[in-house]
Ligand binder design. Structure first.
Ligand code: AMP
Length: 488
């Protein structure tokens, strides 16, 4: 069955079941189908014979879900954009994808003012057509749009629905990640495909722990989907335990390293819940490997493994010559299979650099170091300047390129400061064109203001250090290690 038909089928079999809870607002499956049909009808009329992307700008509002499905039903891929993104970044994304932008307020208006005729028919994507485009940080300063086709998404879903054995119309999925990150696809579509309820926590709730715990406590969440960073934050409160969330039976992580102490504390505090680690880049549709983390696994491995490949997908660790490395030896993690994206939208060069063909399958260079041991894949860090900070994927080059557009910046280098082997904060080292009659604090404030017009908050350096020159390595490159040492 086409995924969109599967989702719509819940409005027939369970019309009153809640599809989405966001703050005080709920949306039933019947409302989801009706609202998405209205949006599709509007798009079909406004853009006949057009399949160009639609960028949807909002946060966790229920209309966003209706918007995603409305685009799909009208044959348009959608680009989820979070309202916390600065305008210039939204504009850059819309330009790169050649997309039409709709805000959540416009979605509300369309839903209120559109009638759906009796002969309404959905124009959902064929198997190889794009379903969504998710933009990630790009090293040149321009975000890269990863196209995910219906085949990619359905292939991912087939695997996890089989592996995770969710109850039909019985689960409540936590949605922590903004819809603009592919981690949210894990909860969104697992929920919609199984007639589940998506329980969103907003960024305002996350910023206020008291509100957050209250909300989690009354959520009825059965499946927790988040970055390990978010679980770490929640574990800071001793009351975050089975008593607070008695229905929780699964923690499902992706996106960054799952530290053994987080996994073991969760198993202690939630003795009836499973902890899963999954791994994969946006370019290979959310996750590609998985493993159930047991006490035995925690006792045996440091770091924890990221698991085994999903069936039908090849995950190998390659040496520089493109051949698989022997067991235990480090190399680049390569992914090949039906979940691998066709590439970055309108960015041929970046696409041909990262994607290739392996054994007749579409393949992706993850840029991740890894090794295989006991038939398990292990993640050993990045080969380049891509980092994860609080679960967010960031290209250091993206921040540096944007820093170079700030007036009075001659040169800039950004370093990720580490604490106890964990990513802590970003520091910008800047050489100014000329030294104004201002304090460092005043200069930094002005820089942050200008940079904030281009970069989201999570990419903003916390610390600025002004230098007259950078230390260099013997071959004349900026000595990043030396700069990092100054942050210890
Ligand atoms: P994203 O596209 O935001 O999902 O980021 C993908 C990158 O996050 C991967 O290439 C890895 O560098 C990192 N990553 C994803 N999952 C894991 C994991 N389970 N453990 C360690 N790193 C991960």
């Amino acid at each position: 069955m086409h995924l969109i038909e599967q989702i719509d089928s819940w409005s027939q079999s369970h019309p009153g079941r809640i599809a989405h809870i966001s703050g005080d607002t709920t949306l039933t499956y019947q409302q989801l189908t009706s609202q998405s049909n209205k949006l599709a009808q509007h798009l079909l009329t406004a853009f006949p014979n057009d399949h160009s992307p639609i960028a949807l700008l909002g946060h966790k509002q229920t209309e966003m879900l209706a918007g995603f499905l409305g685009c799909i039903k009208a044959g348009h891929p959608y680009i989820p954009l979070d309202s916390s993104l600065p305008t210039q970044r939204v504009e850059a994304i819309v330009r790169t994808a050649d997309a039409t932008l709709l805000t959540v307020d416009q979605l509300k208006e369309i839903i209120a003012n559109t009638d759906v005729p009796d002969n309404f028919k959905i124009h959902a994507p064929k198997i190889g057509n794009p379903w969504y485009i998710i933009f990630t940080s790009g090293s040149t300063g321009i975000p890269k749009g990863v196209t995910i086709t219906r085949r990619n998404l359905e292939n991912f879903l087939e695997w996890i629905l089989d592996e995770q054995d969710f109850k039909e119309a019985g689960e409540v999925f936590l949605n922590q990640a903004p819809f603009s990150f592919d981690l949210s696809v894990m909860d969104l579509y697992s929920s919609l495909a199984t007639g589940g309820t998506l329980f969103s926590v907003s960024k305002d709730e996350i910023a206020e722990p008291k509100k957050l715990y209250k909300s989690l406590g009354s959520s009825g969440v059965t499946v927790w989907v988040s970055t390990p960073s978010f679980a770490r934050l929640c574990l800071m409160d001793i009351n975050f335990s089975e008593k607070m969330m008695p229905h929780l039976r699964k923690f499902w992580f992706c996106g960054e390293t799952l530290a053994p102490e987080i996994a073991s504390t969760l198993l202690e505090r939630f003795p009836n819940a499973e902890v899963w680690n999954t791994y994969g880049p946006t370019e290979a549709a959310v996750a590609t490997t998985s493993i159930l983390i047991t006490k035995e696994i925690i006792a045996k491995y440091r770091p924890l493994p990221v698991g085994r490949p999903k069936p039908g997908t090849l995950v190998e660790v390659h040496a520089e010559d493109g051949q698989p490395t022997p067991s235990g030896e480090r190399g680049e993690i390569i992914i090949a299979g039906p979940n691998v994206s066709p590439g970055y939208v309108n960015q041929m060069e970046a696409t041909s650099k990262a994607f290739f063909i392996l054994d007749d399958q579409r393949a992706y260079h993850t840029g991740d170091w890894g090794h295989v041991q006991d038939d398990l894949i292990f993640f050993d860090g990045r080969m380049d300047f891509q980092i994860k900070l609080n679960g967010y994927r960031i290209e250091i080059g993206d921040i540096e390129s944007n820093l170079h557009t700030v007036s009075n910046v001659q040169d800039a280098v950004v370093i990720l400061a580490m604490k106890n082997e964990r990513a802590d904060y970003l520091a910008a080292f800047v050489i100014l064109k000329s030294r104004p009659e201002q304090t460092d604090f005043e200069i930094m404030r002005e820089m942050k203001k200008q940079l904030g017009e281009r970069l989201p908050d999570y990419m903003m350096p916390r610390k600025f250090v002004f230098l007259s020159e950078f230390p260099t390595t013997p071959n004349g490159k900026v000595d990043r290690a030396k700069l990092a040492e100054t942050l210890q």
